[in-house]
Design a protein around this ligand. Structure first.
Ligand SMILES: Nc1ncnc2c1ncn2[C@@H]1O[C@H](COP(=O)(O)OP(=O)(O)OP(=O)(O)O)[C@@H](O)[C@H]1O
Ligand SMILES: N[C@@H](CCO)C(=O)O
Length: 316
């Protein structure tokens, strides 16, 4: 359960008093997620999400994320906006962490997406990219090839505690991916973490795209490669579902074009995506505080995906 910071009822009531959104009725920590602390908050006027930003989110980046969400919402994308308090402020401090009160969106995230759901989610990413082509702010990707390479190096030989020999195997793989990384594909702001748990759905309809806190400026097709790696495999990364992978890319191109160069770069972009998530998961695996109520995610599930992308062109 991702609740790194405990918020007392008294502190939350005082926080809510700054807004015109009623008084606290109940609040509970949300089990999903590993990055930030999230609470589901019910007040006398409605339901909200309270997010306290933890380890990987810098308070300095929050204005960028909020501007991006506003831009996407204005264009009709189903994204949650942060709510201003009476003074107009969106970003606050609560229990020593940066915090926002966020619109609650209906829907549930699917753990085993069907083809129809993958097609809808791919289309939602396509629409989001169309809208982001007109968003002019930028944010560097701290978890691009340099970032994940540095994180793997920081894990060092401790990686071998996850699986013997992993440090050397990953080092060789990372060198190959960095050497093949495409330099001249179209770039834009991307979500960079659009996993099934960050897409809310009702049936086959996308009702919410959430968790924009890795959004950054990078190769646009990399966003689709990340999504493919997250959606088209089982949780262990052992079984690839070709129909789901195809539907996801099909849904995307229904809304947004994918050039021949972007298409042929997808396999290496997907391998980079695997190393990026392997790196953060491995770091968390080795460094999660003992008292955190959080379920660590399996780093090796991303190593298995990496091997699948390296062996076959799963986008053919
Ligand atoms: N605006 C929202 N509306 C409804 N539910 C939400 C909203 N934001 C978050 N949630 C719920 O909270 C859960 C955790 O949120 P989120 O994915 O942002 O956390 P995180 O720790 O940043 O996760 P991750 O590990 O994916 O980076 C989501 O899976 C969803 O159930
Ligand atoms: N979506 C990521 C967590 C955010 O880095 C994962 O499943 O590893």
């Amino acid at each position: 359960m991702a609740v790194y910071t405990q918020v007392s009822a008294e502190a939350l009531s005082a926080f809510l008093a700054k807004f015109d959104h009623g008084e606290l009725v109940s609040a509970k920590g949300i089990a999903e997620g590993v990055e930030n602390s999230n609470y589901l908050v019910d007040t006398t006027t409605g339901r909200f999400i309270l997010t306290l930003y933890e380890k990987r989110v810098s308070a300095d980046d929050l204005p960028f994320f909020m501007a991006m969400l506003d831009h996407l919402a204005i264009d009709g994308n189903p994204v949650p906006r942060a709510l201003p308090d009476r003074s107009g402020a969106l970003i606050h401090e609560l229990c020593g962490r940066p915090a926002c009160l966020i619109e609650f969106l209906t829907g549930v995230s699917v753990s085993h997406p069907t083809e129809a759901q993958a097609r809808a989610a791919g289309a939602a990413m396509g629409s989001m990219h169309l809208s982001l082509a007109r968003f002019s702010q930028e944010r560097a990707n701290t978890l691009g090839p340099d970032g994940w390479r540095a994180l793997l190096d920081k894990c060092g030989r401790d990686l071998d505690a996850i699986e013997p020999g992993l440090f050397d195997t990953i080092g060789t793989a990372a060198d190959a991916v960095v050497a093949a990384w495409p330099a001249d594909l179209p770039r834009s702001v991307i979500h960079a973490d659009l996993f099934p748990d960050n897409v809310l759905m009702l049936g086959d309809r996308v009702t919410g795209l959430i968790d924009f806190y890795f959004a950054c400026t990078d190769v646009r097709a990399y966003d689709l490669a990340i999504m493919h790696s997250a959606w088209a495999f089982d949780a262990q990364g052992e079984r690839y579902d070709a129909a789901v992978g195809k539907a996801l890319v099909g849904g995307y191109v229904d809304r947004h074009p994918l050039s021949r160069a972007e298409r042929s770069a997808l396999p290496v972009l997907a391998q980079g995506a695997c190393l990026r998530f392997l790196a953060t998961r491995a770091w968390d695996w080795l460094n999660t505080p003992a008292d955190a109520l959080v379920t660590r995610k399996d780093p090796l599930a991303y190593w298995r995906r990496f091997e699948a992308y390296r062996k076959d062109d799963l986008f053919a």
